[in-house]
Design a protein around this ligand. Sequence first.
Ligand code: SF4
Length: 378
Amino acid sequence: MRTRRLTIRILGLKIELKVVRMNAAASTPTSGLHVARWWEEIPDKKTHCYLCPRHCRIGEGQTGFCFIRKNIGGALYNLGYARPAAVQIDPIEKKPLNHFMPGTRVFSMGTAGCNMGCFFCQNWDISKSKSDQVRSAHLDPEGVVSEARRYQCPSLAFTYNEPTIWAEYVVDISKAAHQAGLKTVMVTNGYITREAFFDVYRHIDAANVDLKAFTEKFYARTTLTHLQPVLDTLKWLRHETSVWFELTNLMIPTLNDGEDETRQLCGWVLENLGDDVPLHFTAFHPDFKLRDQPPTPPETLHRARKIAFDMGLKFVYEGNIYSDGGNTICPVCKRTLVKRWWHEVSDVRISEDGRCQFCGAHIAGYFRRPGADVSRHD
Ligand code: SF4
């Protein structure tokens, strides 16, 4: 294992990191590696990981489907712990979260690997990499929080790749973040087991969950997973936690953009999650294994947004295109409450207690100014 100091610049800001580069031989010893949670021993020195619905049975020396959970000597280790492969400061609107401290910056980070196999992945350079194939930095949970504070970010996001697979690191960072008065955000595919769900989400303040399609066929063929576990996660979030969450549906021409599918998705959201869960329809651009697909025409998002509004959803957005479909509109007086252009916010007309400043209607979400309170969970 070789280490060196690296200074990276983020929006003109300097962050000093210790870069760790491991080769195959050096990755075997367990010194410095973090023992995973959510696994059990099974015969023949194999481990059963039950963090996500894949339930990988992992032989000695092997990793699970996500690449970063490895069986070493009969015990499971999380190779992504304290080793972010991407660190950046983003607008909160980029996650996307439109009802959670709008207009603020979020300290964002991801590691290598993923538990889904999406053919359209837009971060495939890290999500499809093994932990020893990416250049990663050593950053312990306290170090993450102190960097976020140094750059005056009121929240931290676990994003870019799937944070469920490095949940041990997520939990430890979140504990430190809450002690420092910062909020925590999961940007997730929602593919997690009930056995692990509450252990993780009791430390999370907000989430954006991808609802990538509303057919099992799409999930099975294009993401190599299943739809039902994601729907289960969304119901747990709504009915068994106080986590604020929003949904993202990336619309890919011919694969998941049919009007009937959009209606079924919206109907399920209304029936199971309620009418005030924000839904983001976002545009696909050709990437990874779907480079032969055309980008999503803006008209597809306009049509989907209209369907969702007509069916009764109160907060529906368009993303990855330039349009006024990113604005937050009061469902009662129809005035514009948050004006956005791409991820830029130019005006917020929602009070800290979540009221329309024109008509007083309740607007679901979390609109406190940064630092207004500490944590609802810890
Ligand atoms: S988290 Fe990774 S190792 Fe564990 S079950 Fe899911 S894909 Fe497999």
